[in-house]
Design a protein around this ligand. Structure first.
Ligand code: FDA
Length: 452
C-alpha cells in the first residue's frame, strides 16, 4: 500500500473530480485523484465498438453550457453539429406516423393548443425558479408534494398533451416515470437548462458533439494531472476530523487537509466514514436515486433516412424508443442512429434475452425510419445499471418531497469533506456542464479555506 500526503484528495475521476483537481493544482495546492475504475471519465465514455466510435455515455453540448464550452476551448477540442436537415417523425397514440418541422409535434389542433399553453405555463414557473436553490421558491413545498404526472393532470385533460410534455422531463431527462418525481424536481430540471422551451428544443439541447468524443475532456484533464491520478483505486474508508482526512483505497492511502467527494451522491454511502457522516447527510442521501435509461446505437452502411428526406429526429411517448436522432460520427460515411429507452420500458427490455432485446428495439426504430432500420451493421446497448460505480443513467434526483426537505444541504461541506458532482449542480444539473461548474466552485471554496 502506497502512502502519500497531499493538500487535497479527490475521490472520483469524472468530469467534476478532474476539474476540481485541475483548479486546485492551478491555485498551487497538491492533489491526488483516486478513481475506482480502470479508466477516467465516469459517465463519459467514448469507445470503439466493432469498428464504430460510439459515445456510451454523455455526448451533447448545448449553447448555454458555458463552463463546458470554456473547458473544450481550453483543451483545444473541436465540435461539430448534429445532422438535422429534413423532416422529423412523430408517432401518435394509434401508431400513426407523421412527419413535421420545428418543435411542436403534428397532433390535433386542440392538443397542439394544449401543448403550447403547457409550455407557456411551465416557462413562466421555471422563470421563477433559481436552479441553485429551487427550495427557496415560495411554493416549493407544495410543488414538491405533487408528482409531475399529477400536476400535469391538474393543468389539462388532454392526455396526449400530458404524455408529450411529460416525456420531455420524465423519459428524456430524469429518466424516471412522471409519477415518481415531483413537479418541483421537474422545474429544477428545466431551470437548469434555462427554460422549459430549451428542453423541448432538440436543436438547442442536443446541439453539438466533440470531435474525438466527449470523454476527451476527462482524458486530457487527467493527462495534465499525470501520476496524481490513481486508477483501480476505489476508496473504501474515509477517516476525517478537524485536522484533515485520510482516504484509504485498495492501492493507495492519501492523507490530506481536504477531500472532494466527486462521486454520484447515491454512491457516497458505499464508503465507510470514521466517524460516520452526520445524521443529516446519512438521511439525505437515502432520498436520492438514479434514473434509468438505455442508450442504443445502430450503425448502418449509409444514413439511409437522409435520402428519404428525414433528419433522423424522432419522438413518441408511445414507442419503446421514445426519442431517436442521427448520431453519425464525424468523418464516418456510415449512418448512426441513437435511441433511448427509459425507466419502466428499460426494465422490460432487460427482462428479455439478448436477441429479443435487439429485435424489440430495432422494430421500434423501424416504426420511425422504415424496414431498413432492422438490419444495422453494428448494434450496441448501454448498460449503466450494471456499472457498479454508476448504477443507472443519466443521473440522480430526489424522491417526492426530498428536494424541498434536503436540497439546501446537498452541497454543504462536512468538516474537511466537500461534495462535487453534476447531480448536485443547479445550472447544468445532470449534465457535464454542471459537473464542471461544481468542480470549479468546490475548488474555489477549498482554496479560500486553505488560504492558498
Ligand atoms: P461521474 O459519475 O461521471 O464520475 C464519478 C466518478 O467517481 C466515476 O469515475 C466513478 O467511477 C468514481 N467513483 C465512484 N465511487 C468511487 C469510490 N468509492 N472511489 C473512487 N472512485 C469512485 N450529459 C451531457 O452534458 N450531455 C449528454 O449528452 C449526456 N448524455 C448522457 C448519456 C448517458 C448514457 C449518461 C450515463 C450520462 C449522460 N450525461 C450527459 C450526463 C453526464 O455524463 C454526467 O452528468 C457527467 O458525466 C457526470 O460527471 P461527474 O464527474 O459528476 O460524475
Amino acid at each position: 500500500m502506497q502512502k502519500i500526503e497531499r493538500d487535497v484528495v479527490v475521490i472520483g475521476a469524472g468530469a467534476s473530480g478532474l476539474t476540481a483537481a485541475s483548479e486546485l493544482r492551478k491555485a498551487g495546492l497538491t492533489v491526488a485523484v483516486l478513481e475506482a475504475r480502470d479508466r477516467v471519465g465516469g459517465r463519459l465514455w467514448t469507445d470503439d465498438i466493432d469498428g464504430a466510435t460510439l459515445e456510451i455515455g454523455g455526448q451533447w453540448v448545448s449553447p448555454d453550457q458555458d463552463a463546458l464550452i470554456e473547458t473544450l476551448e481550453d483543451l483545444g477540442l473541436d465540435t461539430y453539429e448534429r445532422y438535422r436537415e429534413g423532416l422529423n417523425v412523430y408517432i401518435g397514440p394509434t401508431g400513426e406516423k407523421r412527419t413535421f418541422e420545428g418543435e411542436i409535434f403534428p397532433v390535433a389542433a386542440q392538443t397542439e393548443q394544449e401543448i403550447v399553453t403547457l409550455i407557456e405555463k411551465l416557462d413562466a414557473l421555471v422563470a421563477e425558479i433559481d436552479p441553485d436553490q429551487p427550495w427557496a421558491h415560495p411554493l416549493a413545498k407544495d410543488l414538491d408534494e405533487i408528482s409531475f404526472s399529477r400536476w400535469l393532470e391538474t393543468q389539462t385533460e388532454d392526455e396526449e398533451a400530458r404524455e408529450n410534455i411529460g416525456m420531455f422531463i420524465a423519459g428524456a431527462m430524469l429518466t424516471k416515470p412522471a409519477h415518481a418525481f415531483s413537479a418541483l424536481q421537474a422545474l429544477l430540471m428545466a431551470a437548469s437548462a434555462g427554460s422549459f422551451s430549451n428542453l423541448v428544443d432538440a436543436d438547442f439541447i442536443l446541439d453539438k458533439r466533440v470531435v474525438g468524443g466527449l470523454q476527451q475532456v476527462p482524458l486530457l484533464l487527467a493527462e495534465r494531472l499525470g501520476d496524481d491520478v490513481h486508477l483501480n483505486s476505489p476508496v473504501r474508508t474515509l477517516r476525517w476530523g478537524s485536522d484533515g482526512v485520510t482516504a484509504i483505497s485498495e492501492t493507495v492511502e492519501v492523507s490530506a487537509r481536504f477531500a472532494v467527494l466527486a462521486v454520484p451522491p447515491i454512491l457516497i454511502s458505499r464508503i465507510s466514514y470514521e466517524p460516520p457522516l452526520p445524521r443529516r447527510q446519512q438521511q439525505l442521501h437515502q432520498h436520492l436515486s438514479m434514473g434509468f435509461v438505455i442508450k442504443v446505437h445502430a450503425v448502418y452502411s449509409t444514413p439511409f433516412w437522409r435520402t428519404n428526406g428525414l433528419s433522423g429526429t424522432a419522438f413518441s411517448p408511445y414507442e419503446l424508443v421514445h426519442e431517436a436522432y442521427d448520431n453519425s460520427y464525424h468523418g464516418d460515411p456510415r449512418g448512426t442512429l441513437v435511441g433511448f429507452v427509459a425507466d419502466e420500458a428499460a426494465d422490460g427490455v432487460f427482462a428479455l434475452n439478448e436477441e429479443d432485446r435487439k429485435q424489440a428495439i430495432l422494430e421500434s426504430l423501424s416504426h420511425y425510419y422504415g424496414d431498413e432500420a432492422l438490419t444495422p451493421e453494428v448494434f450496441y446497448l448501454s448498460d449503466w445499471g450494471s456499472e457498479e460505480w454508476t448504477r443507472g443513467a443519466y443521473a440522480a434526483s430526489f424522491d417526492m418531497g426530498g428536494l424541498a426537505r434536503y436540497g439546501a444541504d446537498l452541497r454543504t461541506p462536512v468538516g474537511p469533506i466537500h461534495f462535487s458532482c453534476s447531480d448536485l449542480a443547479g445550472k447544468g444539473y445532470q449534465h457535464v456542464d454542471g459537473a464542471i461548474r461544481m468542480g470549479i466552485e468546490t475548488a474555489a471554496a477549498i482554496v479560500e479555506r486553505a488560504g492558498a
